[in-house]
Ligand binder design. Structure first.
Ligand SMILES: Nc1nc2c(ncn2[C@@H]2O[C@H](COP(=O)(O)OP(=O)(O)O)[C@@H](O)[C@H]2O)c(=O)[nH]1
Ligand SMILES: [Mg+2]
Length: 232
């Protein structure tokens, strides 16, 4: 039987891009889309509802906090077999979702990372600081965990029981790295699939600002280090 698939989209001030993202989410196979809004100052929540998404609100700011809130919503209302995470800025190509889900549906993997390094990138889509950060983080993961990831991209698919087993906790920038290193620590089957990446609509909240880049870099490296300790 085909797995049920729900999509989680953390969104902050993305009223311009969110309608484009929601229009490109393929339904079916996607059953429902949950947008988690951190009290955006624009019409993000309205755009989400108009695009057919369920909206949940999280008071605590941060990418990870938003994802945790959306997962609590799925847990309470009937979790799917597979969760796909997607950004709200229209950088990812939602129509590529089936290729991410395919290894999970085939029973060949527990977590599928959409790799922008392996896929086609529009010039300028992945900012130099994001590429450098990815490179360093993937190198460190290789040294400490013995696994060669090529990206920490946001577009990814994971089986619900595998996700629950990770006990995700990071409230902000460490979310993607936490999922990837914990998956290795738990012995989950991890694969990558190439995904395309284009320039975002609107303003970047993370790697487009100096403070965001510094905070994200620090948090990602700290996350990779901390879960490499034997009893973490
Ligand atoms: N709910 C929520 N979403 C966020 C927050 N920070 C970033 N996002 C969303 O996370 C995604 C990635 O952020 P983005 O600004 O594109 O960062 P970049 O891709 O690193 O430049 C986008 O969908 C943002 O709207 C936050 O504090 N809360
Ligand atoms: Mg982005």
């Amino acid at each position: 039987m085909a797995p049920t698939i729900d999509v989680v989209i953390p969104a902050f001030d993305e009223e311009a891009s969110l309608p484009l993202v929601l229009a490109d989410v393929p339904r079916p196979p996607v059953r429902r889309v949950v947008v988690c809004d951190n009290r955006s100052r624009d019409g993000t929540a309205r755009a989400a509802r108009e695009g057919g998404a369920e909206v949940v609100v999280e008071e605590r700011p941060g990418y990870g906090s938003a994802c945790l809130r959306a997962l609590a919503h799925l847990r309470a209302t009937g979790p799917p077999d597979v969760v796909v995470f997607l950004d709200a800025d229209h950088s990812d190509h939602p129509e590529e979702l089936p290729s991410l889900v395919e290894p999970l549906a085939a029973g060949a993997a527990d977590l599928v990372i959409g790799s922008r390094t392996l896929g086609r990138r529009e010039p300028g889509a992945l900012l130099p600081q994001a590429r450098a950060g990815n490179l360093v983080a993937c190198l460190l993961i290789r040294l400490l965990y013995g696994h060669a990831y090529t990206d920490l991209g946001p577009f990814r698919a994971i089986r619900w029981p595998a996700l629950e087993s990770l006990e995700m906790a990071d409230p902000d920038f460490g979310w993607t790295a936490e999922m990837q290193v914990k998956a290795l620590r738990r012995g989950l089957r991890v694969v990558e699939r190439p995904v395309s990446y284009r320039r975002r609509v609107g303003v970047s909240k993370i790697t487009g600002t100096l403070s965001g880049t510094v905070m994200a870099g620090y948090k990602i490296l700290w996350t990779v280090l901390r879960y490499s300790w034997p009893r973490s």
